[in-house]
Design a protein around this ligand. Structure first.
Ligand SMILES: NC(=O)C1=CN([C@@H]2O[C@H](COP(=O)(O)OP(=O)(O)OC[C@H]3O[C@@H](n4cnc5c(N)ncnc54)[C@H](OP(=O)(O)O)[C@@H]3O)[C@@H](O)[C@H]2O)C=CC1
Ligand SMILES: CC(C)(CO)C(=O)C(=O)O
Length: 314
């Protein structure tokens, strides 16, 4: 499906306008502001939503300065959305199921669904609930968070979305690619998306766990020899898991993944760490920790070392 003709509008939903959704959704809203062929819908809640309604979303970026992004509509109610042509899913994994159930009736049969969550089984989680549309497995390296209600700060990462074809479909995501290009969002369409998603997982599960447990930034962990050893231990384990799941990561994947930390500012915190620090008990440990144990047990790997690390989370 290419660009829409006539007075048909392209309805784009950003589900969860936090760090990731605020960055990409903000760029989309900015790009299409005043262009009545595109409607941009933000799903947000609480004081963050109230501020967005009041002043628009303020997006502070590393490369492009500060942008004020005004969507067509910002609301907490997914039921208020029109049928969507494109949907970026940007909630944390613990909110995914509930959001999918609400979204399901709002996704057109041709909808282009782009999940930007961390994790190796996000595609499967979505496909258990949503049968229509095209779900493009994806990952992204971007350091971004809600600085204060209504304000997103992006400080590091390439900001490039790596995505590929829905494994169950033949669609090439023409409309989504056009929209991303128009909004100046960098992306790479690849056949190797599972390798990319597992590589990202190797990076974020390892650094996520160690930054969180030791209360250090990504730079702090990278510069600490003992913590770096733990990161590499986790990476080695994830590389083995990937292979057992049929994904062959490169010979150099651990070294590359370990050094990726140096492409983020020293002070960068992981999204897992930010949640954990809030102490609300709502965090992605299931994705970053429990999944390592579950898959390890499934394949008969020794999980003693992983359990020792995981059990340090309170
Ligand atoms: N932050 C980063 O730098 C990166 C994060 N990721 C991954 O991306 C995903 C999103 O992370 P991130 O952007 O940091 O998360 P955030 O917590 O910053 O953003 C998610 C937002 O979605 C909102 N939300 C969730 N459910 C609903 C709902 N039903 N209605 C309205 N709003 C809702 C949350 O509101 P509330 O706060 O009220 O719960 C929150 O504002 C995660 O899987 C993360 O691991 C991937 C790459 C980089
Ligand atoms: C480390 C980072 C910022 C890299 O994209 C990330 O994915 C996260 O914190 O969840």
């Amino acid at each position: 499906m290419g660009e829409k003709k006539g007075d048909q509008k392209v309805n784009i939903g950003i589900i969860g306008v936090g760090g990731v959704g605020g960055y990409f959704g903000g760029k989309l809203a900015q790009a299409f502001q005043g262009d009545d062929r595109y409607n941009i819908y933000f799903i947000a809640r609480g004081t963050h939503l109230a501020k967005i309604k009041e002043q628009g979303l303020i997006l502070k970026t590393h490369q492009e300065g500060e942008l004020r992004c005004i969507p067509t509509l910002a609301t907490e109610e997914i039921s208020q959305l029109p049928p969507l042509d494109i949907c970026l899913i940007c909630v944390k994994s613990y909110d995914l199921q509930q959001v999918l159930l609400a979204l399901k009736p709002k996704l057109k049969a041709t909808c282009h669904i782009l999940p930007l969550l961390n994790g190796v089984d996000i595609y499967d989680r979505i496909r258990k609930v949503v049968f229509q549309g095209n779900v493009y497995p994806a990952c992204v390296y971007v350091g971004t968070h809600i600085l204060e209600p209504g304000v997103i700060e992006q400080t590091g990462g390439t900001c490039k979305i790596i995505l590929g074809k829905d494994p169950q479909k033949e669609d090439e995501a023409t409309l989504l690619k056009e929209v991303l290009k128009k909004a100046n969002i960098t992306f790479e369409w690849t056949k190797e998306y599972w390798e990319e998603i597992w590589s990202k997982y190797m990076f974020i599960a390892s650094y996520g766990l160690i930054t969180t447990i030791y209360n250090k930034t990504i730079g702090g962990v990278y510069k600490d020899p003992e913590l770096s050893e733990q990161v590499k231990y986790l990476m080695q384990y994830i590389k083995e898991l990937a292979l057992l799941e049929g994904i062959h990561l490169k010979e150099t994947s651990i070294e590359e993944s370990y050094h990726k930390a140096s492409t983020f500012p020293y002070e960068t915190k992981t999204s897992f760490q930010r949640d954990y620090e809030k102490g609300t008990g709502r965090d992605e440990r299931e994705i970053f920790g429990a999944t390592l144990l579950r898959l390890g047990k499934k394949h008969g790997l020794s999980v003693v070392g992983i359990e020792k690390i995981y059990n340090q989370l309170v």
